[in-house]
Design a protein around this ligand. Structure first.
Ligand SMILES: C[S@@+](CC[C@H](N)C(=O)[O-])C[C@H]1O[C@@H](n2cnc3c(N)ncnc32)[C@H](O)[C@@H]1O
Ligand code: SF4
Length: 451
């Protein structure tokens, strides 16, 4: 990226959502006992493809950069208690579905699903298989903290049918890792990769981060090169979202050692160039995938989507989230589960642990399609998308006018046929924000800047 372009990006930069959904979760409304969810589940047509998400909100130790929904626990009994509640929710949800579906995708996220003992993971998977019907060839993915992996756990994942693993690597530089309270030697990632591959789990993603304290272009280069040595199929490089006003533990980070906006762009560029030179295909705003990987193929074939876990080729009819704070997306709209105390209370009383919902309007769906197109294809034919939803192709002319400064700074471009292309990936979220009817100036403290 030219240095003038970088400067313009920094000038325009402001806090905007990550757009893993539209509308974003802060706009969901209070729900009572999941009344919307129950009818939405019942209305799902027979044979619908389902995607299931399970949230495990525990970690043994806190990474000071962590923005995830998790709780530190030293007592495994809390994890066991939670597992019983989660299994109860799985049974209640399956009972409510008119049919137990045709599950094509499953994702175990957190927190750290790897905190579960091998026997408990097997128990969880057993209860899911009892409750839902899982398609042959379903993708079953799990987020892995390499520090918690042992052979018994990997054997349990393989036996349960796990097909994809996402390793939280973050960085390989020991100074960076120490400064974020995450001591993780190279061999933890190496051993995890080896075990996963030995047990036949060959689709592997690495999560890396840029914008952490003490990262320099040199440390980033080293991390990218070590990553290539381990040869994952996919790599995500997330920009560190620093929100100490929301996540107080982030104040423990050495703030003075955080790279500034210009340095963050350089860090991303260094890693991105190394991955692209090594043959990875850039996917969306922050992912890279080998040409044969399902995500790279989905990009090529225009089948790339964005959901709460990030980029995916999963276009199931419904995403059903289970566990504390998990979000579901059904054809009619979204629902979100409650936080731990209310979650526990609801399940023990035999009620669905739903706290929020959002019913999608016709215009929400139109705006969602435009935002998805920018986030996934880095391009949108706004007029054409409007027409496909039965709207006038000039419906968003005011929104498009607000994008002219980004175009003049060459962060995005307007084609003669009305297509808008994102030139610099970090401008994607800024562009989407122009089409977000709910984004309020007062809301910006919840979000992080686009760089
Ligand atoms: C639930 S964690 C992954 C699994 C496991 N807990 C671990 O850390 O190894 C999901 C990912 O979110 C990313 N992440 C966490 N906090 C973040 C933040 N504040 N900003 C950007 N990315 C973040 C990290 O790359 C992390 O691997
Ligand atoms: S292990 Fe993952 S979820 Fe847990 S604190 Fe660290 S980044 Fe957050």
């Amino acid at each position: 990226m030219h240095s003038n372009t970088k400067e313009s990006l920094i000038d325009f930069d402001r806090p905007v959502p990550r757009y893993t959904s539209y509308p974003t979760a802060p706009h969901f409304k209070p729900d009572v006992e999941g009344s919307h969810y129950k009818s939405w589940l019942k209305d799902l047509p027979d044979g619908s493809h389902l995607s299931l998400y399970f949230h495990i909100p525990f970690c043994p130790q806190l990474c000071w950069f962590c923005g995830c929904h998790t709780k530190i626990t030293k007592r495994y009994s809390s994890v066991e208690d939670y597992l019983s509640l989660l299994i109860r929710e799985i049974e209640m949800t399956a009972d409510l579905s008119a049919h137990s579906g045709n599950v094509t995708h499953m994702h175990f996220g957190g927190g750290s699903p790897t905190i579960l003992k091998a026997s408990d993971f097997s128990r969880l998977m057993g209860s899911i298989r009892n409750a839902f019907s899982i398609s042959d060839g379903a993708e079953i993915a799990i987020e892995i903290d390499p520090r918690q992996i042992n052979e018994a756990k990997v054997a349990a994942y393989a036996k349960a049918g796990v097909t994809r693993a996402s390793l939280g690597v973050q960085d390989f530089d020991q100074r960076v890792l120490e400064s974020v309270h995450r001591e993780q030697p190279f061999y933890a990632s190496y051993e995890s990769m080896k075990l996963l591959r030995d047990y036949g789990i060959r689709n592997i993603n690495f999560d890396l981060m840029y914008g952490l304290p003490h990262q320099t272009t040199e440390t980033m280069k080293q991390t990218a090169e070590y990553t290539l040595l381990l040869n994952p199929d996919r790599i995500a490089i997330f920009g560190y979202a620093h929100v100490p006003w929301m996540k107080k533990h982030m104040r423990l980070l050495p703030e003075k050692a955080l790279p500034d906006a210009m340095e963050r762009l350089r860090l991303f560029e260094v890693a991105s160039k190394i991955f692209c030179d090594a043959g990875y295909i850039p996917v969306g705003i922050d992912h890279f995938a080998k040409p044969g990987d399902a995500l790279a193929q989905a990009k090529e074939q225009g089948r790339l989507y964005r959901n709460f876990q990030g980029y995916t080729d999963d276009k199931a009819d419904a995403l059903i989230g289970m566990g504390v704070s998990a979000i579901s997306r059904l054809p009619a709209g979204f629902t979100q589960n409650s936080q731990m105390l209310a979650y526990r209370d609801s399940i023990l009383k035999g009620r669905l642990p739903k706290e929020k919902f959002f019913t999608l309007s016709r215009e929400d769906r139109l705006r969602d399609d435009i935002i998805q197109s920018f986030m996934c294809k880095l391009s949108a034919d706004v007029g054409h998308i409007c027409q496909s939803h039965g709207y006038d192709p000039r419906y968003f002319s005011k929104e498009i006018d607000t994008l002219k400064p980004l175009r003049n700074a060459r962060l995005i471009e307007f084609e003669d046929n009305g297509v808008i292309n994102i030139v610099v990936p970090q401008a994607a979220r800024l562009t989407c924000a122009a089409f977000d009817a709910y984004l309020q100036p007062s809301e910006t403290s919840r979000h992080v800047t686009a760089t």
